[in-house]
Design a protein around this ligand. Structure first.
Ligand SMILES: Nc1ncnc2c1ncn2[C@@H]1O[C@H](COP(=O)(O)OP(=O)(O)OP(=O)(O)O)[C@@H](O)[C@H]1O
Ligand SMILES: [Mg+2]
Length: 298
């Protein structure tokens, strides 16, 4: 076992995750330093959300190990895991608020469940968190009475309730207008700068990714293609076609993803392997003439 490492908030080692016959994560290695913002990118179905769920301990993994804040959570019992869970917050795609509770009650919930604080202190804590995300005036509204962007911010206030050291975000700006989505980005950056929170953000919104990331990881079909600095990804994105042509297949694939180009290795691959497998299934592809047919015909 690797010793606890004070420089890293998260260490993911050789993680494999299988659903039925499908290997969704294959030998994933990823370190996130304390205080940094790591953006995880990748196409739909590449395994981003699954990776997040494995890292927070809500999916068991089939191989490898995961360490959060110096503790190996792999194989931990539920009650130990719950102790670790108090030290990180999660912002789900939908905000995941309870509709029967006001915004303030939603934010207060983790404090009521996980602390012995007096109600007056909880009230103050809730106001501070709502102020942080710009929702103090909306504290007494119900989720149905606020917009999608406000729900996201309310979800963030709730994720912040216990002053987490790590925040996980799954598609924080999905479905938001560009201005609201830029506001969420600013919040993520502010939380990291002002509170020193370590952030892991899954997104495929490239503007957002380049605004918030210190480092970025690119997932493709359950494998990590690259974990590099934002600057590295920026310079790959900005290469002209001629310079890009001499790069490796995976770098060209990442470049296409970053630029959102319609043509490139990503789409060539899709059209090459998709249709035949769809028609005949993965096992028969490539076996176009069977030896028995050949031999009987001479
Ligand atoms: N609980 C599950 N049971 C079975 N298969 C699953 C489960 N969760 C995810 N998968 C499969 O794992 C693969 C990766 O899914 P995942 O949700 O991690 O992708 P993603 O990268 O988050 O995609 P998106 O960008 O669309 O959110 C998909 O093929 C999906 O069908
Ligand atoms: Mg997802």
């Amino acid at each position: 076992m690797t010793p606890a490492d004070p420089d890293h908030a998260i260490r993911v080692r050789h993680v494999r995750k299988v659903f039925g016959a499908q290997t969704v994560l294959d030998d994933i290695n990823l370190d996130v330093k304390r205080g940094e913002t790591m953006v995880i990118m990748g196409g739909s179905g590449s395994g981003k959300s699954t990776l997040l769920r494995c890292v927070i301990g809500s999916h068991a993994i089939n191989a490898g190990s995961i360490e959060l804040l110096g503790k190996t959570i792999t194989g931990m019992r539920e009650e130990q895991l719950n102790e670790v869970r108090k030290r990180f917050g999660i912002l789900f795609q939908s905000g995941a608020l309870f509709n029967s509770m006001t915004i303030a009650q939603n934010v207060a919930l983790p404090l009521r469940e996980h602390t012995d604080l007096d109600p007056e202190i909880i009230d103050i804590q809730v106001k501070i968190k709502l102020e942080l995300v710009g929702l103090r005036e909306h504290a007494d509204k119900f989720p149905a009475q606020i917009s999608g962007g406000m729900k996201k911010r309310a979800g963030l206030a709730r994720a912040l309730a216990l002053d987490p050291q790590i925040l996980f975000y799954d598609e924080p700006s999905a479905g938001l207008d560009p201005v609201t989505s830029a506001q969420i980005d600013q919040l993520i950056v502010a939380l990291s700068r002002q509170l020193g929170v370590t952030s892991v953000v899954v997104t495929h919104e490239m503007d957002s990714a380049f605004t918030i990331a210190d480092r970025m990881a690119m997932l493709d079909k359950g494998r990590i293609l690259a974990v590099e600095s934002r600057e590295w990804f920026e310079s790959l994105r900005d290469l002209d076609d001629e310079a890009a042509a001499s790069r490796s297949e995976s770098e060209r694939l990442i470049r296409q993803f970053l630029r959102g180009d319609a043509d490139g290795p990503l789409t060539d691959r899709r059209s090459a392997d998709g249709y035949e497998i769809d028609l005949f299934g993965p096992k028969t592809v490539g076996v176009t003439t069977t030896p028995s047919v050949e031999s009987t015909r001479g």
